[in-house]
Design a protein around this ligand. Structure first.
Ligand SMILES: [Zn+2]
Length: 220
């Protein structure tokens, strides 16, 4: 069953469970992800980045065909969608959902760009995920959280990038996104041996209570 992200996540929020969204890297991982979801009788979101395949349109078509014939709800989401051109091209393909990552922009600029894309995507029946705060990456970090030669990722540095509750509420209201990726301490990529994830569950709870749409947690 092919779905957009919205009904899958709205139901998950209502019934208190999470939905896995693995990054599918090739045709085989699409098959495995859907097969595993069927085995667990769970909905699934297939995350595809623009760089996943040289012939992205055929790749997404394959995922769509698999999703239509699947026994569980499947959404096909553009993960970390980039510039305007990329977003519009993705909307022309068979993505049922797009993530517009403007988390590096200032608050007002983020709202402006994402709102415009939400209008277009919703007209075409596509869900939109955005990100507020910024989820960083572990790539290049060592076991002490050292990045490069001297840069230490301190707890304060990290917390400065966390999502703020009042901003999240205002952001969702103004942009009308269907779900929101939040920064609570999870990080993209593999954790180097010995580096412990520190996640602010208290903040997550506050965000969950205040924000009206489902939350998305990125990271490894
Ligand atoms: Zn991500």
């Amino acid at each position: 069953m092919l779905y957009t992200m919205k009904p899958i996540l709205d139901k998950a929020r209502e019934d208190h469970y999470a939905v896995a969204a693995p990054n599918v890297l090739d045709y085989k991982t699409i098959d495995v992800a859907i097969k595993t979801a069927e085995k667990k009788n769970a909905p699934i979101i297939l995350n595809v980045t623009f760089e996943t395949n040289d012939d992205l349109s055929t790749f997404v078509n394959y995922a769509k065909d698999k999703a239509i014939h699947s026994k569980v709800p499947v959404a096909i989401n553009l993960d970390h969608g980039g510039d305007y051109e990329q977003i519009i091209k993705s909307l022309k393909m068979d993505f049922t959902s797009i993530m517009v990552d403007r988390s590096m922009l200032e608050f007002e600029d983020n709202i402006k760009e994402v709102s415009e894309i939400v209008k277009i995507a919703h007209t075409l029946g596509c869900s939109v995920e955005a990100e507020l705060g910024h989820v960083g990456t572990n790539i290049g970090a060592d076991s002490e959280g050292m990045l490069g030669s001297n840069t230490i990722i301190t707890e304060e540095d990290k917390k400065a990038t966390f999502t703020k509750v009042e901003e999240a509420v205002e952001y969702v209201e103004r942009t009308k996104v269907d779900c929101l990726a939040v920064a609570i301490g999870t990080v993209h990529g593999l954790y180097p041996k010995g580096l412990k994830p520190s996640i602010d569950f208290e903040l997550l709870k506050k965000l969950r209570d205040a924000v009206k749409v489902p939350l998305v947690i990125h990271g490894g």
